[in-house]
Design a protein around this ligand. Structure first.
Ligand SMILES: *Cc1c(COP(=O)(O)O)cnc(C)c1O
Length: 337
């Protein structure tokens, strides 16, 4: 199988890093405090279910603790879901363009993946609901990557009505978007939502994610997860982070403001930019190739993500940094262009 290639993570040198949608700001100060205080109990195994986090997240998100399953990053939750629902020769349905990792998860299971093109407005089409008994799971990243676009909830509910299999709404970027599908899970047991603390909580290095599903599904998923899939330090940090919702609101509002200004500036430089509901923007150009722009930015110490999706588009996915980082990006881009 071909490996999944994550964005570059340079381990030294001074770069402006706008390639993997990390948050440019430090996390809530409560996170470090909680980790330090948990660090004197490391001789013990952690709580296999992450009860402290489930209770804190239950209060923050208004769902029952029994509906929450913790993961070592949301990628772990996606692995658990695929392992549980998709067997050999089964099929995983996903949108095109979208997050490349889903393909790898299908391949690990010796399953197939089926990429269904989104509409020109990046919404679902009837093809997503086309009957196929081999399809055992559908992934819908919302907001989507790399487009940053948002699928309306009515069409997700309509899809859940038509398809017999679970639909996973991957909400890695939802805190930057208008609304979450978590409130839909209770009345629609086929809908499962995954979340991460990597982006909006500025904790990509901590490795913590979770999913929200019907309690019976959560109990079933526990059968195929590692017993101790979240460690004591990340559980402590994640619990502190989700409790600090004031920090989240403040951070999200800063990122959104920078994103909207950055979108206007990039359009001013001749890029076509989709309206984004995430913490990154997708930039293309009709007049010249974007790969050399990525390469020249890299030699000048600015890392963005160049992506090529055959039969759709290639372009630059640029994470929303601090105002200073984006200012530096714009100066260098003007020079390159
Ligand atoms: C970043 C991202 C994830 C993974 O998040 P982790 O919690 O860091 O594993 C999942 N889905 C999408 C669409 C993402 O962009």
């Amino acid at each position: 199988m071909s490996p999944y290639t994550p964005g570059e993570q340079p381990q030294s040198g001074k770069v402006i890093k706008l390639n993997t949608n990390e948050n440019p700001y430090p996390p809530s100060p409560r996170v470090a405090e909680a980790i330090v205080s948990a660090s004197n109990r490391l001789e013990r195994y952690p709580d296999p279910l992450g009860t402290s986090f489930r209770i804190a997240a239950s209060a923050a998100l208004n769902v029952e603790p029994e509906m929450i399953l913790c993961g070592n990053g949301s990628d772990d939750c996606l692995t658990i879901l695929t392992r549980a629902f998709v067997g050999q020769h089964d099929r995983l349905r996903l949108p095109y363009p979208s997050y490349i990792l889903y393909r790898t998860l299908a391949e690990i299971q010796s399953a197939q993946f089926e990429e269904v093109p989104l509409s020109p407005a990046y919404q679902l089409t009837d093809a997503f609901a086309s009957p196929d008994p081999r399809v055992k799971l559908i992934y819908l990243p919302n907001p989507n990557s790399p487009t940053g676009t948002f699928i309306d909830h009515e069409s997700i509910l309509a899809l859940a009505d038509k398809m017999p299999c679970p639909i996973v709404v991957d909400e890695a970027y939802v805190d930057f978007a208008p609304k979450s599908a978590i409130s839909l899970v209770k009345d629609n047991p086929k809908i499962i939502v995954t979340r991460t603390l990597s982006k909006s909580y500025a904790l990509a290095g901590l490795r913590f994610g979770f999913l929200v599903a019907h309690p019976e599904i959560v109990r079933t998923l526990c059968k195929v997860k590692d017993s101790y899939n979240t460690d004591a330090l990340s559980l402590a940090g994640a619990t502190a982070a989700i409790t600090d919702q004031a920090w989240l609101r403040n951070n999200v509002s800063r990122i959104r403001q920078t994103r909207d200004r950055m979108t206007i500036s990039m359009r001013g430089l001749g890029f076509a930019v989709l309206d984004s509901h995430a913490n990154f923007i997708w930039c293309t150009r009709a007049d010249r190739p974007t790969k050399p722009i990525y390469e020249q930015l890299k030699t000048r110490g600015i890392l963005v993500r160049y992506m090529n999706y055959p039969n759709w588009s290639d372009g630059l996915r640029i994470s929303v940094g601090t105002d200073e980082q984006i200012e530096a990006l714009l100066v260098v881009l003007k020079d390159i262009l």
